[in-house]
Design a protein around this ligand. Sequence first.
Ligand SMILES: [Zn+2]
Length: 255
Amino acid sequence: MIDCNCHLVFDSLWANRVSIWQRARAAGLSSAVVSAEQVTHQRIQQLQDCEQAEVCPASGWHPLFPRPADAIAQLAQVLNQHPRWGVGEIGIDTRKLPRDGQADFLSEQLSLAQNRWTVLHAAGPGALDTAFGVARGSGNVRGMVHAFAGSIQQAKRWLDLGWYLSIGGPITWPQSRRLAKWVAYVPIDRLLLETDAPDLSATKQPGEPADLVQIAGKVAELRGIELAELQQQVTQNAYQWLDTDCAPVTAQGFK
Ligand SMILES: [Zn+2]
């Protein structure tokens, strides 16, 4: 399986990245999408010291992170240097910030994400619909809405747009009934799994990629299929989303 969004470069995981990745391998993970805010992308390159780690790096300006005036130019430069990298997490977050201005900035980042896989973050009142309004005009982006927490109606719109929907640790939480509805509904070939580690943990704080196994177990139960079948399907979905050209490369490749 592939953890389709985690943050191994965050301080809380970084110090223990070698043992964390060993546990992920032991749990059957082959790869992980590692999303970083642009400023820490050097750490992604250092993931090479995780033995056998295969990472698919994504870079972008998360709405909750402070950013410099030339943020778009910086991102463009990073992406130019790394044709195989994705873009993320980018998006809309209305929990602490006003919505104004976020849509324009998202639109600028999506314009850099053409023909790339992209991890979208949408949290807070109206965020998902605002993000949809931008994504609808974003051209050729292979998008995924991470930690999707919308209604079935909202899910339909994103699916019609060709995007993938991703579920993580919260599906294992007792209060996950709303999430269970779309997870049971979504066409099985458009579903991705993520841990969002260290956030949204399925088990303990901080979460880690190995937790993907519990998430897969819960989703298989909700879908009424065998765990092995689900694992095979979501792995195939992840490769499709990442595209063969952007298939995971060994971290050695980032020297
Ligand atoms: Zn997020």
